[in-house]
Ligand binder design. Structure first.
Ligand code: CMP
Length: 136
């Protein structure tokens, strides 16, 4: 069954730094997503730690939070039928070297850390992540 959903997308520091934001936003639009909200932010490390709290116990947590707060990011609310899964398919595997041809991480990712984009992994987490960045 399909339903109109929203998901959170982040263009990460490696892609913003390489001036890929507009190109990646066009990838979303060309794949049927509507960008409902958008902002460019530079997170404090403490904010990155809150955002990635689910990964707190992982060995890469500290580096991950250092990285997300290392430069500006573009945060977007994307809308489409089944947006969460559709975005994960468009992004491809977490590690760009495992990602399929044509996916964003294959095209733009540099490494498992600098993998250019983040997307919510479930409808519940999408709402939590959207609220994290956009709830006033
Ligand atoms: P993202 O989808 O933003 O969610 C968590 C991030 O952790 C992931 O993308 C990767 O960039 C990063 N990461 C670093 N090392 C690993 C790892 N070994 N397994 C999964 N994710 C990792």
């Amino acid at each position: 069954m399909s339903s109109l959903e929203q998901t959170l997308s982040i263009i990460k520091p490696d892609a913003v730094d390489r001036n890929l934001s507009e190109e990646i936003k066009n990838e979303f639009k060309n794949n049927g997503f509507t960008i409902k909200q958008e902002k460019k932010v530079h997170l404090e490390k403490s904010d990155a730690e809150k955002f990635y709290l689910v990964h707190q116990s992982k060995p890469f947590y500290n580096d991950l939070c250092d990285y997300l707060s290392s430069g500006p990011i573009v945060v977007m609310v994307l809308e489409k039928e089944n947006a969460v899964i559709a975005n994960r398919e468009l992004m491809g595997a977490t590690n760009p070297s495992d990602a399929k041809e044509g996916t964003l991480r294959k095209k733009y990712g540099i490494s498992i850390d600098k993998n250019s984009v983040h997307g919510s992994d479930s409808v519940i987490n999408a709402q939590i992540e959207i609220d994290f960045f956009f709830k006033s």
